[in-house]
Design a protein around this ligand. Structure first.
Ligand SMILES: CCCCCCCCCCCCCCCCCC(=O)SCCNC(=O)CCNC(=O)[C@H](O)C(C)(C)COP(=O)(O)OP(=O)(O)OC[C@H]1O[C@@H](n2cnc3c(N)ncnc32)[C@H](O)[C@@H]1OP(=O)(O)O
Ligand SMILES: NC(=O)C1=CN([C@@H]2O[C@H](COP(=O)(O)OP(=O)(O)OC[C@H]3O[C@@H](n4cnc5c(N)ncnc54)[C@H](OP(=O)(O)O)[C@@H]3O)[C@@H](O)[C@H]2O)C=CC1
Length: 515
């Protein structure tokens, strides 16, 4: 029997960010491995015209939860959605709900965050720092609380090259920032933001670092642990390989590459692609929850959920495998044939942007205009290039994350727990994982039918023919213009023509002699 699964039996668990990518996989695993848990409280806000109940209904009826329904048929009764907005005071939770949370919660998993790189400083601080402080305050009033697990990111200290499993101080105290945001107006905040974030690449990583400091400062006598995942990717094994449901991180770029929009990326081919499957992160989270509650470490432990130092893969290897998969399983209605060129050189990257991205978009928009349609490709291309440039920082560097605590925890688990809550990334086969990942993007994110693969392959063949035709026509036009203007080009042309003529005459003469 798994000790970790048994530990969560009968427990009341509070999850923030349960409607997000990580949160959904966490809930799924909890229900599947500990169907006898008491209740999962989730803090949810209404969104996109959907009520709380509709959002929960949609999650529970998704493919991700198919296995859960077999193991835990009454899953609907065990999930309690509580109205909450983490950017509001007291999270705008009603008094009754707050009372229930305070008196019943045993374990907290704090996953909610704004993960946008370009969020405003005010909003990012509200969500990634102030809300964390608020949740810690609530936690300190929970008599039955056994563990508080805070999800950060491995990039919260990406201004360093080697990162240990410790909390690093930030130059400005989080409390000072929270206080000043109360009276500064938005324009001034945006003006001072670049000065505050210094050598952090964006507001997101900076506010996640502040969030960790808050955890350290406000931990009181709580049992807390911090988990730092790197780039969270599709599921590796559970509940099935390749599940993914949003366009964050690599997902959007994989789509852009598969559709033939993105054919070159400013990335160091040898830099480590520190991806970590979402189910691996979730298994670590559940193991950490158990360990923190049962073993009660004296200080707040930080756990890195990264792959680079145990089983590294680089961007080149990843790009090649992504392309190889698109060769076998192409996306539908591609704009151009998928191709990936990784370069860390500024000049080459700008050249590829002009030739492989901007020019085809402009040509296609001209074609749309000529056929009476609204041009749109340049806009789409600019959007993709903007996204790629935001991710560039992470594609051109490698970091070393130590994993002593994560490895220590692995050795603390029973063989059964090591199997059920496997977070040993050394067992990951990258080629297989990336293939399933790309397939998952096609099936679960784009919802493309596998029956459409022959037609998609046919479409790619047509694109290849158009490509050859276009290149030949372009070559002939350029050559014709050159011949008209340059004596040297004319000389070369006559040389080639006379050489071909002589070669043909010789060939004809020798074949006549043989006869
Ligand atoms: C050549 C082969 C390549 C193959 C392999 C490629 C591998 C690449 C790997 C990338 C590494 C990523 C490293 C991340 C590391 C940080 C770790 C974390 O904690 S990260 C935590 C995770 N956090 C993140 O990953 C957050 C990153 N994302 C952001 O911060 C923002 O989306 C933004 C600032 C990039 C764009 O903002 P804004 O301009 O306001 O745009 P909106 O958001 O409103 O979307 C507008 C349109 O853009 C579209 N689209 C959006 N995203 C992507 C995408 N990734 N991609 C493509 N497209 C994307 C979207 O569909 C939408 O279309 P439509 O609906 O209009 O038709
Ligand atoms: N994805 C990744 O690559 C990585 C993620 N992480 C960390 O993992 C955690 C989860 O990330 P991930 O699941 O990918 O992110 P998502 O964007 O998928 O999910 C974010 C969650 O936070 C919730 N949330 C945001 N704002 C509010 C609010 N005002 N009130 C209530 N809930 C809110 C969202 O709710 P709603 O659905 O209503 O928007 C959603 O459930 C984050 O802490 C992130 O920093 C760390 C490293 C990498």
């Amino acid at each position: 029997m798994s000790m970790i699964a048994a530990f969560y039996g009968g427990k009341s668990i509070l999850i923030t960010g349960a409607t997000g990518f990580l949160g959904k996989v966490l809930m799924e695993k909890l229900f599947r491995t500990s169907p006898d848990l008491k209740v999962i409280y989730i803090l949810v806000r209404p969104k996109a015209g959907q009520t709380l109940q509709q959002r929960v209904f949609q999650i529970l009826n998704s493919k991700l939860f198919e296995k859960v329904k077999e193991v835990c048929p009454n899953v609907h009764e065990k999930i309690r959605a509580i109205y909450a907005d983490l950017s509001q005071n007291d999270f705008a939770i009603s008094k009754e709900d707050m009372q229930e949370l305070l008196s019943c919660t045993n374990i907290i998993f704090h996953c909610a965050a704004t993960v946008r790189f370009d969020d405003t400083l005010r909003h990012a601080v509200q969500l990634n720092v102030t809300a964390t402080r608020q949740l810690l305050l609530m936690a300190s009033q929970m008599p039955k609380l056994e563990a508080f697990i805070h999800i950060s990111t491995a990039y919260s200290n990406c201004n360093l090259k080697h990162i240990d499993e410790v909390i690093y101080p930030c130059p400005v105290e989080p409390k000072k920032i929270i206080d000043s945001l109360e009276w500064l107006d938005d324009a001034i905040i945006e003006e001072i933001a670049p000065k505050l974030i210094r050598d952090w690449p964006n507001i997101y990583t900076y506010t996640k670092a502040l969030g960790e400091m808050v955890v350290q400062q406000e931990s009181r006598n709580l049992n807390i642990a911090i988990i730092r995942p790197s780039i969270v990717g599709a599921t590796w094994q559970e509940p099935f390989p390749g599940w993914v449901d949003n366009i964050n991180g690599p997902n959007g770029l994989i789509i852009a590459a598969g559709k033939g929009f993105l054919r070159a990326l400013k990335a160091a081919p040898k830099a480590v692609a520190d991806l970590i499957p979402v189910d691996t992160v979730v298994n670590l989270m559940l193991a950490v929850g158990w360990y923190t509650a049962v073993h009660r470490p004296k200080s707040t432990l930080v756990y890195h959920s990264t792959s680079g130092n145990l089983n590294p893969c680089n961007w080149h290897k990843m790009g090649v495998q992504v392309l190889a998969t698109f060769e076998k399983i192409p996306l539908e209605r591609a704009f151009r044939r998928p191709y990936a060129n990784f370069t860390s050189n500024n000049f080459t990257s700008q050249y590829w942007n002009a030739v492989s991205h901007q020019a085809p978009a402009i040509i296609y928009d001209c074609y749309l205009r000529l056929t009476g349609r609204k041009p749109r490709m340049t806009k789409v291309m600019n959007q993709i290039l903007r996204t790629a440039s935001m991710l560039e920082y992470f594609l051109n560097r490698s970091w070393e994350w130590s994993t002593y605590n994560t490895e220590m925890l692995m050795s603390e688990l029973s063989p059964e727990d090591q199997r059920v809550f496997n977070f040993d990334v050394r067992q990951l086969n990258w080629l297989e994982y990336i293939e399933n990942y790309v397939l998952g993007v096609k099936k679960y994110l784009l919802k493309e039918d596998m029956a459409g693969i022959p037609e998609a392959k046919q479409h790619l063949k047509r694109l290849r023919n158009i490509h050859y035709l276009f290149n030949t026509a372009l070559f002939l036009i350029v050559w014709r213009l050159l011949i008209a203007r340059s004596q040297m080009a004319r000389n070369v042309w006559f040389f080639i023509v006379s050489f071909c003529y002589k070669f043909l005459s010789y060939f004809r003469a020798s074949s006549t002699l043989k006869v």
